[in-house]
Design a protein around this ligand. Structure first.
Ligand SMILES: Cc1cc2nc3c(=O)[nH]c(=O)nc-3n(C[C@H](O)[C@H](O)[C@H](O)COP(=O)(O)OP(=O)(O)OC[C@H]3O[C@@H](n4cnc5c(N)ncnc54)[C@H](O)[C@@H]3O)c2cc1C
Length: 491
């Protein structure tokens, strides 16, 4: 139990931001630019990102955010974070959506893996326990109870506010060579009574360096060998885990005027190397079942709902920015500009419609978990990522030169040139500085190095468009539609 009291409210199992930060100082093995860090917070961009995550923990104690970020644990009655909530009712769906909107807004969508994303994988597996019938470890020496383990892990995560990364994808190498992929394929190397040892690698493990644990799996491809059909979760500081980070892309320490968004740091992506890592028996959710691995597509249902919701929240920011740009530049009555604004509004309204439709189609499945309509999620995500680059381009176009001709706070405050900037650059009814701050924000959001990473992330993080299209064709039941067309055609 934590030290922050909630007055007369029920006891809680929440973590404070400071407790979350302290939990990351655990001897994890992390390299940035080839340099080994003693602590993850030694890298300013990671530290700033961690501060942002910590503020989400502190917000749980703020009455303004309590409803969106916390709920009551069904078993203990303790107040817990929503990240590990298992939706069972329409009310729960509403609650989790509020949490997703909260974390998306908090990071302005720059974190694809905020505190409530990683847990969605374990919750997604829990939602498909009815498909676990007959699952058994392929290794005689280690026989975990998968269903019991998943249930315990979700409960443990909820009561201990565990943050976790999730990584399903393998490192990029020669896709035509099974041999090249075999070297990196995460697989069981040896079996012990109380667990297994695994080696290989996972990529990309977004936010892995800034969380407590990693949830790992391999994407299920036909022919995956039994030793690579493995799901599990281990602490990031487990012996044998090495995190190799990509370069940092944000501007920690910058003046918030100059970089309203990127001064807040980032979620970074890591290659996660497993070198003979021990996975305790109780943290194994599949061991050797190819059929089990095939469920991973279904287990991502809540992650994909999160992705779509985040994109919807981001589209709201895009509309807000576009509207302000037209007002500040005095372009709001020009038909061509209004038409550009309309495109961004159309994007936002469409994403909102997909989120609403996916939730309206939610149903309680055989495991007693309420899951959104997966086809609406997939179609919505496909629409969102196909149009994302165009919408970014339209917003940039609406900004004109302002997105490039930004001079910084120090220039505005410089006694020799500042008065010129103030005189030369005012917007409609606002000062030049006011106008520049908006442009600085839109720069961070759409043009900065971090924005580049985020755009690439949006495009592939939850499977690229070709795979989503394949999923639509493979999974969308068209029999009713064929019957309608047949009737209409008189066939
Ligand atoms: C910034 C970033 C963060 C990410 N974070 C995570 C994370 O946290 N967790 C996680 O699990 N993954 C994460 N991903 C990885 C993401 O899941 C993969 O990038 C994605 O699955 C595509 O795989 P790949 O990059 O290995 O593509 P590759 O296999 O290298 O293929 C390159 C391209 O070829 C095409 N292609 C290849 N094979 C096929 C196929 N069979 N069908 C159709 N098209 C194909 C696709 O267009 C694909 O993008 C992240 C990616 C990025 C860029």
């Amino acid at each position: 139990m934590n030290s922050i009291a909630l007055g007369t409210k029920p006891a809680h199992a929440l973590k404070t931001g400071a407790e979350f930060k302290a939990s990351l100082d655990d001897g994890r093995q992390l390299w940035v630019n080839g340099r080994k860090l003693a602590k993850v917070t030694d890298e300013p961009a990671l530290a700033a990102g961690i501060d942002l995550m910590a503020s989400m923990f502190d917000d749980q104690f703020d009455p303004a955010f309590e409803e969106a970020t916390t709920t009551l644990d069904p078993k203990t009655g303790l107040r817990v974070g929503r990240s590990w909530q298992v939706p069972q009712t329409a009310e729960d769906i509403k609650g989790r959506r509020a949490m997703m909107e909260y974390t998306s807004l908090k990071t302005v969508g720059t974190f694809g893996r905020p505190v409530d994303l990683g847990p969605t994988l374990a919750v997604g597996i829990l939602a498909h326990l009815h498909m676990f019938n007959g699952f058994k470890s392929a290794f005689d020496g280690c026989q975990p109870d998968f269903a019991e383990n998943v249930q315990r892990y979700v409960e443990e995560g909820r009561l201990n506010s565990i943050t976790c990364a999730e990584s399903l994808t393998g490192p990029q190498n020669d896709r035509s060579s099974p041999l090249a992929q075999a070297a990196s394929l995460l697989r069981v190397k040896s079996v012990e009574k109380n667990g297994v040892r695994i080696s290989g690698a996972k990529s990309v493990g977004s936010i892995a360096a800034q969380t407590n644990e990693i949830f790992f799996s391999n994407l299920g491809y036909p022919g995956t060998p039994a030793e690579a059909c493995v799901w599990g979760a281990v602490p990031i500081n487990s012996e044998g885990i090495k995190l190799v980070s990509r370069e940092m892309l944000s501007n920690p320490g910058a003046d918030p005027f100059d970089h309203p968004l990127t001064h807040k740091g980032e979620e970074a992506d890591q290659l996660v190397i497993f070198d003979n890592v021990f996975v305790p028996k109780e943290r194994i959710f599949n061991l050797g079942s190819e059929h089990g691995l095939a469920i991973s597509g279904k287990a991502t249902i809540f992650a994909h709902w999160h992705v779509l919701t985040r994109l919807k929240v981001k589209s709201e920011i895009f509309v807000g920015c576009a509207q302000m740009v037209t007002e500040i530049l005095g372009t709001d009555t020009i038909p061509a500009v209004r038409s550009m604004l309309a495109e961004i509004i159309e994007y936002n309204r469409t994403l909102e419609a997909f989120v609403i439709a996916a939730e309206a189609g939610a149903f309680v499945n055989e495991s007693g978990v309420m899951v959104p309509d997966v086809m609406m999620l997939t179609t919505g995500r496909l629409y969102a990522i196909r149009n994302y680059p165009h919408i970014i381009h339209v917003l940039q176009e609406m900004c004109g030169q302002g997105l490039v001709m930004r001079f910084g706070k120090a220039a505005f405050e410089n006694p020799e040139i500042g008065h010129h900037l103030i005189e030369l650059l005012p917007g409609k009814g606002v000062s030049g500085m006011h106008k520049e701050r908006l442009m600085n924000f839109i720069w961070d959001l759409t043009c900065s190095s971090l924005a580049g990473r985020v755009a690439l992330f949006e495009n592939v993080n939850a499977s690229p468009a070709p795979r989503m299209r394949e999923r639509l064709v493979a999974e969308f039941d068209r029999s009713d539609l064929v019957a309608k067309a047949r009737d209409a055609a008189g066939l």
